[in-house]
Design a protein around this ligand. Structure first.
Ligand SMILES: Nc1ncnc2c1ncn2[C@@H]1O[C@H](COP(=O)(O)OP(=O)(O)OP(=O)(O)O)[C@@H](O)[C@H]1O
Length: 584
């Protein structure tokens, strides 16, 4: 129960609702337990009439009163049972909502490394499935426990009052029932987990095949994927059948045990009545109803125990993530406005998970408003420099300074808000084009969106779609070409008008002519912004104030276009190669 302690703060938050829920549950059970007594009484009245002990008039009067009480108690028990669910189950939904938000917020502050070391499916599972299991503890488990305890206490008091020895015989089979149900519930849970796992394998497989459908079709491997899907489905069917087998045992077991209990009551009760130990025949009827009323709550003891065990396991998994501290901490709570000077001083950086030394002793200085172009072979460390400026990772050696302050001493929000980043793989949300651009600036006007799209040279493409800027992208919308995606992503960054703009090879899918036009617009727009352009093309780099060439994490050349084409090296070679390609 240690892990579940995490929920105490929520129980405290909703304590009044919970207390009301408990009181309502007790009231509901008190009313429900009037029924056996009233039925017992009714039978006694009939028996007394048959014996001739009471007159016809008294018989009719007493029976009518009894029936009115019965109906009244049933109605009140119904109303309070409804209210019981409305309070306790609602609390469980509130806690579920709070817990989901707590986890989601925590996910948001965790560093990139966390996302790389944990699978997305796992993150999703903990926020949905595991929270769902915890809710079963907060809601149904607590409700049924209160229910059972109240029912037992009141029923046993009533039963002992009628006949202590019959009470003992009646209760005898109930612990056996509870143990059997507990065992069955555990087996059911175990098998349902297996079913869940096989379902998740099946859905991951289908999702992957649908996402990669164009590759599957172009390679003509549909028969293979069909066969694999069929095999996975067959495994799932087998697991489902295994589960159904134990589920099918649940109700027959209950019916059998209820039957045994009823037999005991009738047999022992009958014997006691004949021996005169029980005064009235109605008591036997009353006890039969108690047995039936108590069986289900006793069965739930086993079920609730396994619910609590599952919730404990789930909360443990949730806590594991909630206790994970972000690698990147905000060390400065007060905001630190950013101008945009960037300095790298002998920076070396090794990725913690792969141990790849991506940067080795890198130094450069960039003043606010200047442009730096970074070129180099693939894997040479260009993107890593951009990641370090956004402080997605902390460095091992050297210093990254922004406005002459070590980056770790800046307010993390101020830093990130001052950056407009266009990644290598443009990621667009399944939303309208307008909202995707506005992602950079939530309160942007339509005019600003259009201006940003025009500068990113994608406006004409957008108005070519029937729904223009309201065109929905993604799974249920249209698919943009690689170059269009990159340009929407550029529009998103420039609408933000940040102090620092980072473009990570984001014109690679755009033809050189459009690239030229975009770059021209960017020169105007980024006049007073610090800009870093990562590229494989000379055309993107030639107008930059500074150019550095990286090779295997080291700066091997630096200067500007004029100095670099005049010295033999990678830049000049690339320039000659790309110029001759252009002429061809
Ligand atoms: N998130 C990461 N975790 C671990 N290693 C990484 C990570 N990102 C990059 N690397 C490694 O660091 C090195 C530098 O990668 P980086 O992405 O900075 O190169 P790049 O010059 O931008 O390459 P490209 O031009 O292909 O985008 C590579 O060897 C790469 O495998």
């Amino acid at each position: 129960m240690k892990a579940l302690k995490h929920l105490h703060k929520y129980f405290n938050k909703y304590r009044y609702r919970l207390i009301i829920g408990i009181i309502i549950t007790i009231i509901a059970k008190v009313f429900a337990l009037f029924t056996p007594r009233l039925i017992g009484n009714s039978i006694n009245i009939v028996s007394e009439r048959l014996d001739g002990t009471i007159s016809d008039e008294i018989f009719k009067h007493d029976l009518t009163i009894n029936i009115i009480y019965l109906v009244g108690a049933a109605i009140l028990a119904g109303i309070f049972t409804f209210l019981m669910r409305q309070t306790i189950i609602n609390v469980s939904r509130f806690i579920e909502f709070d817990l989901k938000n707590e986890i989601y917020k925590h996910y948001q502050v965790l560093s990139l490394n966390f996302y790389k070391t944990n699978r997305t499916g796992d993150l999703m599972n903990r926020i949905s499935e595991d929270v769902g299991k915890v809710r079963m503890y907060v809601g149904p488990a607590i409700m049924y426990t209160i229910n059972t305890v109240t029912l037992f206490v009141i029923a046993i008091i009533y039963m002992i009052d009628r006949s202590p020895s019959l009470t003992l015989y009646t209760l005898l089979p109930l612990p056996i029932l509870s143990v059997v149900i507990y065992r069955l519930s555990r087996l059911i849970n175990k098998r349902s987990t297996i079913v869940q796992q096989s379902l998740s394998t099946l859905s991951t497989y289908s999702q992957e095949t649908f996402s990669g459908i164009s590759v599957i079709k172009s390679y003509g491997i549909e028969p293979r994927t069909n066969k694999e899907f069929e095999d996975l489905s067959a495994t799932n069917r087998e697991k489902q059948i295994n589960l159904t087998k134990v589920q099918a045992l649940f109700f027959p077991m209950m019916i059998l045990l209820i039957g045994v209990s009823n037999l005991i009551v009738i047999y022992v009760g009958g014997m006691q009545y004949m021996a005169g130990e029980i005064e009235k025949i109605g008591t036997i009827a009353e006890f039969i109803i108690y047995v039936n009323m108590l069986t289900w709550p006793v069965a739930t003891v086993g079920w609730v125990t396994s619910l609590v065990q599952q919730a404990e396991a789930s909360q443990e998994r949730i806590n594991e993530f909630l206790n994970t501290q972000p690698d990147i901490q905000n060390n400065t709570p007060e905001l630190t406005p950013i101008k945009g000077d960037i300095t790298f001083k002998n920076v070396s950086f090794t990725y913690p998970d792969t141990n790849i030394e991506a940067l080795k002793d890198v130094s450069f200085t960039l003043q606010s408003g200047q442009t730096l172009a970074i070129l180099g072979k693939t894997g040479s460390g260009k993107s890593t420099i951009l990641d370090l400026i956004g402080r997605l990772y902390d460095i091992d050696q050297g210093q990254v300074l922004i406005d002459q302050t070590p980056i770790s001493e800046l307010n993390l929000n101020s830093l990130r808000e001052s950056i407009g980043y266009v990644p290598q793989d443009a990621f667009l949300f399944s939303d309208s084009i307008k909202n995707n651009i506005k992602f950079g600036k939530e309160d942007a006007t339509d005019e600003e969106v259009i201006a940003a799209a025009t500068n990113a040279k994608v406006h004409k493409n957008i108005i070519g779609f029937t729904k223009g800027y309201d065109t929905v992208l993604g799974e249920r919308g249209i698919t943009l070409s690689g170059g269009q995606k990159q340009r929407v992503s550029i529009a998103r960054a420039i609408i933000k008008q940040p102090e620092i703009l980072l473009f990570d090879d984001c014109l690679s899918a755009v033809d050189t002519e459009t690239e030229e036009k975009i770059l021209k617009n960017l020169v105007k727009l980024t006049k007073d912004k610090t800009t870093i352009i990562v590229s494989h093309r000379i055309s993107s780099a030639k107008n930059a104030d500074h150019i550095i060439i990286l090779d295997d994490g080291k700066v091997i050349e630096s200067g500007n276009h004029d100095t670099l084409i005049n010295s033999d090296g990678y830049y000049k070679e690339l320039y000659n190669k790309q110029s001759s390609e252009k002429e061809m």
